[in-house]
Design a protein around this ligand. Structure first.
Ligand code: IPM
Ligand code: MG
Length: 361
C-alpha cells in the first residue's frame, strides 16, 4: 500500500521525535510491504520564523492533500520566546487551532494508560495504581470556548474580556457518536463530563448525549460533573473507560489523566474528522528546555504513528507490531531519561527509535 503522510516536525523536541516515528514507519513499511510518502510542512514557531505566520494556506492545502498528518509538537517557552510577544492570532498555538478547524478535526482521542513496566512512575498510592487503568478521553476539539467569539473592551475606563461558550446540538451529537462507537470496541462505558449544575451548554450536552445513548443499549452511560471528575481521576482512575467531554474540560482533564500515568512521554493522541483522515500527535508539549539534546522520549510520537496506521489506514497488524515493539523494548529494560529508574539502561531519543525498529516483526 502507498501511504501519503504530511509531517509537521514543529518546534522544540518536535523534529527529533518525528524523525524517530518516520524511521519506525519506514521499518514497518519494509517488513509489511508498504511505501511511505512524507511531505513536511511548517507550523507554529518554525512557520512564524520562516513565513511570518504560524500556518500558511499552502501548508493547509498540503495537509489536506495527504491521507493523514503526523505531528511532533509546537510552541516555545511562553515567558522567554519572542513568539509570545506577537498578538495572539500570530502565536504558535494559533496554527494548531487553525489546522484543527480547517480540517474539521472535531474528535480528539487521548488515551491514558498505566504501563505495567512503568507502574513505579505513577504518582498515585500503590493501593490505587495496583488496580491499573486504561481510559480514553474523547474531547470535542472544534467548538466551545476555544472557537467562540472573544474580545476585550474598555467600558467606563474598566477593561473587560469576554469569551463565549457555544455548542449546537449537531456539534454535541457527532462527538457523542464517536464516543459511543469507540466505547463499543472497549469496555462499553461512557462517562459524559459536564458542568450541568451551572452551564446551559452543559445542560444541552447532557440531553443530546442521552439521545445518542438510546442507540447504544450495550453501552453504560453515566454523567459526571467536571469538578468531581478531576477528583475521581486521582481517587480511582480505574473506574473510567471513555470520558466524553467538551473542548475546555477535555484540555484540562487530559493533562491530569496523563500526569497520573506517570509517563506523559508515552501517551499518543488522534484528532479525527468524519472521514478516515486524522492528525496524530503526542499528548506532551514541545519541551524547549531539552530540545536538540537527543534525550527526548520519542515513544508517544511513535505510538501516535501506530494510531495513524490503525485509524487512517486500517493497518491493524502493522499498528500492533509497533505497540508490541514498544512493550518489548521496555521489557528489555531500555528507558529514556523521563521514564528512567535504577537498574534500567538509559538511552537517547535516536537510540530509542533504533531499538523500536529492531523489535518490529
Ligand atoms: C492541547 C494544547 C492546546 C489546547 C494548546 C497548545 C492550544 O494544550 O492540545 O491540549 O489547548 O488544545
Ligand atoms: Mg492541553
Amino acid at each position: 500500500m502507498e501511504l501519503k503522510i504530511t509531517c509537521i516536525p514543529g518546534d522544540g523536541i518536535g523534529p527529533e521525535i518525528v524523525a524517530q516515528a518516520k524511521k519506525v514507519l519506514d521499518k514497518v513499511g519494509e517488513v509489511y510491504g508498504h511505501r511511505m510518502h512524507y511531505t513536511d510542512i511548517l507550523m507554529g514557531g518554525a512557520s512564524i520564523d520562516a513565513c511570518g505566520e504560524p500556518l500558511t494556506q499552502e501548508a493547509i492545502d498540503t495537509a489536506k492533500a495527504a491521507q493523514a498528518v503526523l505531528m511532533g509538537s509546537i510552541g516555545g517557552n511562553t515567558s522567554t520566546s519572542p513568539w509570545y510577544k506577537l498578538p495572539p492570532e500570530k502565536r504558535p498555538e494559533a496554527g494548531l487551532l487553525r489546522i484543527r478547524k480547517e480540517l474539521n478535526l472535531f474528535a480528539n482521542l487521548r488515551p491514558a494508560v498505566l504501563y505495567e513496566q512503568l507502574a513505579a512512575a505513577c504518582p498515585l498510592k500503590e493501593e490505587i495504581s495496583s488496580k491499573g487503568f486504561d481510559l480514553l478521553i474523547m474531547r470535542e476539539l472544534t467548538g466551545g470556548l476555544y472557537f467562540g467569539e472573544r474580545k476585550t473592551v474598555t467600558e467606563n475606563g474598566v477593561r473587560k474580556a469576554i469569551d463565549t461558550l457555544t455548542y449546537t446540538e449537531e456539534e454535541i451529537r457527532r462527538i457523542a457518536i464517536k464516543g459511543f462507537d469507540i466505547a463499543q470496541k472497549r469496555r462499553k462505558k461512557v462517562t459524559s463530563v459536564d458542568k450541568a449544575n451551572v452551564l446551559d451548554s452543559s445542560r444541552l450536552w447532557r440531553k443530546v448525549v442521552e439521545e445518542v445513548a438510546v442507540n447504544y443499549p450495550d453501552v453504560t452511560l453515566e454523567h459526571m460533573l467536571v469538578d468531581n471528575c478531576a477528583m475521581q481521576l486521582v481517587r480511582d482512575p480505574s473506574q473510567f473507560d471513555v470520558i466524553l467531554t467538551e473542548n475546555m474540560f477535555g484540555d484540562i482533564l487530559s493533562d491530569e489523566a496523563s500526569m497520573v500515568t506517570g509517563s506523559i512521554g508515552m501517551l499518543s493522541s488522534a484528532s479525527l474528522n468524519d472521514t478516515k483522515f486524522g492528525l496524530y500527535e503526542p499528548s506532551h508539549g514541545s519541551a524547549p528546555d531539552i530540545a536538540g539534546q537527543d534525550i527526548a522520549n520519542p515513544i508517544a510520537t511513535i505510538l501516535s504513528a501506530a494510531m495513524m496506521l490503525r485509524f487512517s489506514f486500517d493497518l491493524d497488524k502493522e499498528a500492533d507490531s509497533i505497540e508490541n515493539a514498544v512493550k518489548s523494548v521496555l521489557k528489555a529494560g531500555y528507558r529514556t531519561g523521563d521514564i528512567y529508574s535504577e537498574g534500567m539502561v538509559k538511552t537517547g531519543c535516536n537510540q530509542m527509535g533504533d531499538l523500536i525498529c529492531d523489535y518490529i516483526k
